[in-house]
Design a binder for this molecule. Structure first.
Ligand SMILES: C[S@@+](CC[C@H](N)C(=O)[O-])C[C@H]1O[C@@H](n2cnc3c(N)ncnc32)[C@H](O)[C@@H]1O
Length: 202
């Protein structure tokens, strides 16, 4: 079972022209997405090999772009926000060579032009879920641990209407992780925990 986390940054920059010392103030809140990478890909013992994380970057002059990190392949992922931000900055600096689809930066780490549609094309057999406040409880989604789930999460602006409509059109189910609206990286951590529990129970 492969877990795919997709975090959509409505203003998060798709270019590398942000300042590492002021990530929140200069990158359209890429800091939120970087924290999601840690929560998605890193357990306390290392990299989760069954997770692929996608950051959908909709801000700045080079948007839209998707950054993909595959936990089964990527090495040397460090858990601190700054190291991950440095990595993201290097990937975003890759010039556009006109390729359609993902271009590898290094093993397990790639970037592509496009938005959520690029992610869906990358994982056609995955079963999409939209994380949304007020939706049916994730604990009622019994089958989630038995499929390859693709979990879509918004940033502080939520999920863009267009992406939401596109996901609905392909039958994505809405799920909630509880009664309180929490930060996107906390959503990722809680979903990982829910799926860890299901994996142990199987
Ligand atoms: C900080 S919240 C978004 C808040 C934003 N002001 C809004 O109204 O959508 C970031 C994302 O986390 C997810 N999220 C937060 N709390 C959640 C919950 N209790 N259940 C499901 N998803 C949640 C949603 O995908 C949301 O777009």
């Amino acid at each position: 079972v492969i877990r795919r986390f997709v975090v959509i940054g409505q203003k998060a920059t798709a270019s590398d022209d942000f300042i590492l010392d002021d990530l929140p103030g200069t990158s359209g809140r890429l800091d939120i997405l970087v924290r999601c990478l840690r929560a998605a890909l890193l357990s306390s013992h290392g990299v989760r090999h069954d997770v692929i994380a996608y950051l959908v970057l909709l801000g700045g002059p080079r948007a839209p772009r998707v950054l993909r990190i595959d936990g089964a392949l990527a090495h040397f992922l460090r858990p601190d926000e700054r190291s991950l931000a440095v990595l993201v900055k290097k990937v975003l600096a890759l010039p556009d060579d006109g390729t359609t689809g993902f271009v590898q930066f290094r093993r397990g780490i790639a970037i592509a032009r496009g938005g959520i549609e690029r992610v869906l094309a990358d994982a056609p057999a995955a079963v999409p879920f939209v994380l949304e406040e007020g939706a049916p409880d994730i604990r009622a989604a019994d089958d989630m641990g038995a499929v390859d789930p693709l979990l879509v999460i918004g940033d502080h602006f939520g999920i863009p209407e267009e992406a939401r409509a596109g996901l609905e059109a392909i039958g994505a189910r809405r799920v909630s992780i509880g009664p309180v609206s929490v930060h996107a990286d906390d959503v990722v951590a809680i979903v990982n925990n829910e799926l860890d529990r299901r994996a142990v129970a199987r």
